[in-house]
Design a protein around this ligand. Sequence first.
Ligand SMILES: [Cu+2]
Length: 324
Amino acid sequence: MKTETNHLRKMTTIWVVISVAVDLLFWFWVGPHVPPGTLTSTAKSNQFDFTFLVLVALPVLIGVWVFMGYAIVNWNAKRDSTPEPIGGEVARSNRKAQVAWITITSVVVLFLAGFGTVAVIADHGSGGGEGPNPIWMPAGAAKAETAALTKTATWSPNSNQVLPVQVIAQQWKFTYRYPTFGGFESAQLIIPANTTIAFNVTSLDVIHSFWAYQLSVKADANPQVNNVAFTDTKQPGNFTVRCSELCGIWHGAMYNYGKVVSQSDFVTWATTTEAANAANTANLPPFAWTYVPDANGSAGGYYPDGTATPYSAVEIYGAKQPAS
Ligand SMILES: [Cu+2]
């Protein structure tokens, strides 16, 4: 019994020393470089979550390795040694080991489940799509979105306003609409730094997924659905947008690049683009949270009755021909 305790003490000491050293190394040396970086609040908290999970996992891994190494060194069967290693009755079960095993693994798993749940809820939904009626909204978001629908809403820098940006997916590209800047549509995703962004994600045709990697935003893009995802941008920087849902033959080519720029640069870009695109914007369907994909340019959005489908060959949405 005495030696059993000593072995356990020795193994524990080795395990603690190595675990603390490796965890500290990982935290300070690798942690700051863990993707997806620190471009937004959601990216930052994702980076923390990944790092934290590794910090929990490393001691488990090291525990297994230390036990294995210790056993190989101390309890190996030497050639020609007597007596043979003990089996039978003594090796059959060990109540202490069983209780410790079940307790420790249960605590670790339950803790991780709690941690994961909090991480998903925190930071207004962690950059995930929350559907048309998001639960975890930043302050002022609901107001900004409702106002945006009236098309009279504006967004100004240093106002702490939420900036709504609509993401429209279609085979095989993303376009972006800015309802607070006259509803112009752009192939470029430019957003201001230090701002809460409300991405309103939808699709014209099949299911896609809007995945802005360095923003740590990922939201399904489904036809007839306005899927809302939030993030708070931090410093300026570049990011990549990819479609993350197999959506047809050119799915792999469905990506582009976006930019977080200073608030004043953003306003300059948005007002310039709004003016330059004015003639095109006039021919677009009015801003709405969803659209029907008809070639004639429909009145847009909100399906008038439950029987309408986006694939109907017949014009039933009150579409009008664009001015020729
Ligand atoms: Cu796609």
